[in-house]
Design a protein around this ligand. Structure first.
Ligand code: ZN
Ligand code: ZN
Length: 266
């Protein structure tokens, strides 16, 4: 069986990943991948917004690092994208970002449920104690639906990120999932199966089987991503992700070339 493309990986420009794109590419070939895509954390309109992304002035450097990996690994298809933070009001900035390079795709991710709280940041774990988890999940999924509806993203990233630390609401989250999946259907965007969750306290792929089942029922396309922040993480746990996708009825995933989607069997 051919391994699926790994569409989610980072570079040291985001200040919390190690290894150059050429190293990720070498690792991808080692484990038998035929296609990967770089999606480092996008710059924000303000460079001092936080400290875990590239600066605006580094965008060209990022592109040349990816281009170098492409040139030195012609036997591997290497796509160029960004993991873009969605915050309401940032739409124009994201549109300008999209126009600056011939990107293959954008992963739209929600990390921030307010201008100051990135819910997956271990340094801000104490924020979770001040709030009811269901409230956080509600705001998160509302933003995620907005991100999907914006039409700015080909793929929505790690769709149930709030579970990262294993803190989960007692309430039924199905209505939240449904609102988001309906938005993804409306906008025609894909979601990713992100294996990084297996390496976090939640010990589960993003999204959970319930959310993925809903996506399958509504024919939402999928991609696979390791969210690698080091070359050794490329393609990590893809067998589990593929098994999960198969278990809910998926037999096709998608790839992107300059924003154009194509389905492939897996
Ligand atoms: Zn990261
Ligand atoms: Zn992310």
């Amino acid at each position: 069986m051919q391994l699926s493309a790994d569409y989610h990986m980072h570079t040291p420009l985001c200040r919390h990943a190690v290894g150059e794109p050429v190293d990720y590419a070498r690792r991808a070939l080692e484990i038998g991948l035929t296609e990967i895509g770089f999606t480092d954390h996008s710059p924000m309109a303000r460079d001092d917004f936080d400290d875990w992304r590239m600066k605006d002035s580094q965008l060209e450097e990022y592109v040349s690092k990816v281009r170098l990996a492409q040139r030195t690994h012609p036997q591997l298809t290497i796509r160029m994208g960004l993991e873009v933070d969605y915050l309401p009001g940032q739409e124009d900035w994201i549109r300008r970002l999209a126009a600056r390079q011939p990107w293959d795709y954008f992963i739209g991710s929600v990390h921030y449920v307010s201008d100051t709280w990135d819910i997956d940041n271990p340094a801000k774990l104490s924020e979770w104690k001040k709030r009811d988890p269901y409230e956080v999940w509600s705001v998160y999924f509302e933003r995620l639906a907005q991100a999907a509806r914006s039409g700015l993203f080909q793929i929505i990233g790690h769709a149930d990120l709030p579970k990262k630390f294993g803190i989960r609401p007692a309430q039924d989250c199905h209505p939240l999932y449904e609102e988001f999946i309906n938005a993804a259907v409306e906008a025609g965007c894909a979601i990713e199966l992100n294996t990084a969750g297996l390496r976090k306290e939640c010990r589960e792929i993003y999204p959970c089987p319930d959310l993925l089942k809903l996506a399958r029922q509504k024919n939402v396309p999928i991609t696979f991503g390791s969210d690698a922040h080091a070359p050794a993480e490329v393609g990590m746990n893809f067998a589990e992700a593929v098994a999960l996708a198969h278990s809910v009825g998926y037999s096709e995933c998608c790839r992107f070339n300059h924003g154009k989607r194509e389905s492939v069997q897996f």
